[in-house]
Design a protein around this ligand. Sequence first.
Ligand code: IPE
Ligand code: IPE
Ligand code: MG
Length: 245
Amino acid sequence: MTAFSKIDLNNIPKHIAIIMDGNGRWAKKQNELRLFGHSMGVDSVKETIRAAQKIGVKYLTLYTFSTENWNRPKEEVDGLMKILVQSISNEVVEMSEKGVRLLSIGNEIELPDEAQAELASAMKKTENNTDINVVLALNYSSRWEINKAIKNIAKDVKENKLEIEKINDEIISSYLTTKNIPDPELLIRTSGEHRISNFLLWQIAYTELHFTEVLWPDFKDEDLYKAVLDFQSRERRFGMTTEQL
Ligand code: IPE
Ligand code: IPE
Ligand code: MG
């Protein structure tokens, strides 16, 4: 029996976030360059978007490049940016046709001009699509985002646009780059690493975490469905007791 056939379609996470990890190790295992692993990872991205759409996921956030990833060798960073530009350009027509709306979170202005332009154009072309929102976390890190939010909150308080007493969870969320995006119910990390690596720290307060050994270029639709099944087996108590649910 496939994982897909066991999924309860009435209990699908509205938002799944993925830390797509393991491209480098996948390439190394086959004596290829790390960049080859990143290129092959793009196929997993396409398959995952299709798989998520098939079960009715509304938001899919993909950790694509962290603010810390600038610390990698220049050759790898340049190659990653090229792959990004190329992939968006190759896929934009299909995304438009298939109801995919592309969004991005992160500090885009630090990306190369070409990447910014390609991203902006794809987001514009897909802005009216409603089937699934694919959110690319690009030059993103949670501490960068929280730092920016705190500065903007402080500024609005100083300019009397915001009262300190009114600051609550919702207000804080509205100052993050993920404003208007619901918190993820499920976070997946591939490649066997058990850490968050500066991703969505505020937003995952009550998210279910699923870790898999699968390296990102090997990640297939069934791996997504297995993660969803794992999610469906969890009891989400939000601080309450089983009896209260
Ligand atoms: C994830 O794969 C892709 C990015 C971080 C851009 P890695 O490149 O981190 O692969 P490993 O962890 O070295 O195997
Ligand atoms: C996290 O993966 C960032 C992305 C997947 C884009 P990394 O491979 O950069 O994370 P660390 O360095 O192992 O924590
Ligand atoms: Mg990694």
